[in-house]
Design a protein around this ligand. Structure first.
Ligand code: BDR
Ligand code: CA
Length: 309
């Protein structure tokens, strides 16, 4: 078994990523740790708990930090819906998270399973940054850290220069990117190029099973946003394609080890992932940046997940 920790600001595409990990036969999800981002942290906890229930239960969900390190929380409810799950009327309240704080759980689990944890981050990096600040040695004890965030090649989604997860808490992202943790970065450009679902793609997925129907129906608000604001042919699934890379590294077909720095000072380019593609800074490369991916392999994993029950 491989051991995963998933740090998430659970909204509609995070939920699909959770389904992929929770149904993977060879993956033990040790903990789902929730951070504020797309939705306030307690809503994210409810969304994660509901998603775990859809997959048969049994995986603990922990509440984490309620706001970015230095800045006010700016949610993405305008993207994913007020409840983060498409506003389709799901009963997303009343469930109880596991006792304990997400940051403690991240530190304890990485320490207990030293060298064995794949940490998958699909939200702002606040929880992980605080964990690393409190226990810097965990950066070396993680086997692999797959980050959905930033931009390898191209432009941003919430603002021209940055992707949401990095933009919303750039100081946290800076701590994580400078920590020495072995990062594979799956930027929004990868989602935009390889993980867009047209209506026909969505219909096909939703017909597979109740889990398929769940994964598609919760994208209702994201679908509107994708069309109206991102000029996509439908909705895209950034967190699921990052999860696919975590589950099977072959989903990333071209990856380069490059230096990536996070912009925190400028208002205009706040949260930009400044990727040194040509080595012009002479800084030592610190990130495996995914530059191309296999949509085919990603879809195989996604379909396997929704067929699992
Ligand atoms: C990221 O922000 C959120 O909208 C998604 O859940 C994803 O993690 C994409 O920029
Ligand atoms: Ca997310």
């Amino acid at each position: 078994m491989r051991h995963f920790i998933i740090d998430t600001d659970t909204a509609s595409d995070d939920a699909v990523a959770l389904v992929m990990a929770l149904t993977a036969p060879d993956i033990a999800v040790e903990a789902i740790t929730v951070v504020a981002g797309n939705v306030p942290v307690n809503q994210g906890v409810q969304n994660a708990l509901y998603t775990v229930e859809q997959c048969g239960g049994g995986v603990p969900v922990y509440t984490g930090i309620a706001k970015p390190l230095l800045r006010p929380l700016e949610t993405a409810q305008f993207v994913h819906g007020a409840d983060g799950m498409g506003d389709i009327g799901l009963p997303l309240s009343g469930r109880t998270p596991a006792p304990g704080h997400a940051v403690d759980v991240i530190i304890d689990t990485i320490t207990r399973l030293a060298g064995e944890i794949t940490l998958v981050t699909i939200g702002p990096l606040t929880n992980v940054a605080v964990a690393i600040t409190r226990a810097p040695e965990i950066a070396r004890l993680v086997n692999r850290c797959v980050v959905m965030g930033g931009i390898g090649l191209g432009h941003g989604n919430v603002v021209p220069a940055a992707e949401y997860n990095i933009w919303v808490d750039p100081e946290a992202a800076k701590i994580v990117f400078e920590s020495g943790i072995p990062i594979t970065m799956v930027g929004w450009d990868i989602s935009q190029r390889y993980a867009v679902f047209t209506d026909a793609d969505a219909d096909r997925l939703q017909r597979v099973s109740p889990l398929g129907e769940f994964c598609v129906s919760i994208q209702r608000r994201l679908r509107d946003f994708g069309r109206e604001h991102l000029m996509l042919a439908g909705f895209d699934l950034p967190d699921p394609i990052a999860m696919a890379v975590a589950i099977d590294p072959r989903v990333a077909t071209v990856t380069r080890r490059l230096h990536v720095e996070i912009e925190t000072k400028s208002e205009l380019t706040r949260g930009a992932t400044v990727v040194d593609h040509f080595g012009v800074t002479n800084n030592t490369p610190n990130v495996d940046v995914v530059l191309e991916a296999s949509r085919e392999r990603f879809l195989e994993l996604l379909y396997a997940a929704v067929q699992a029950q």
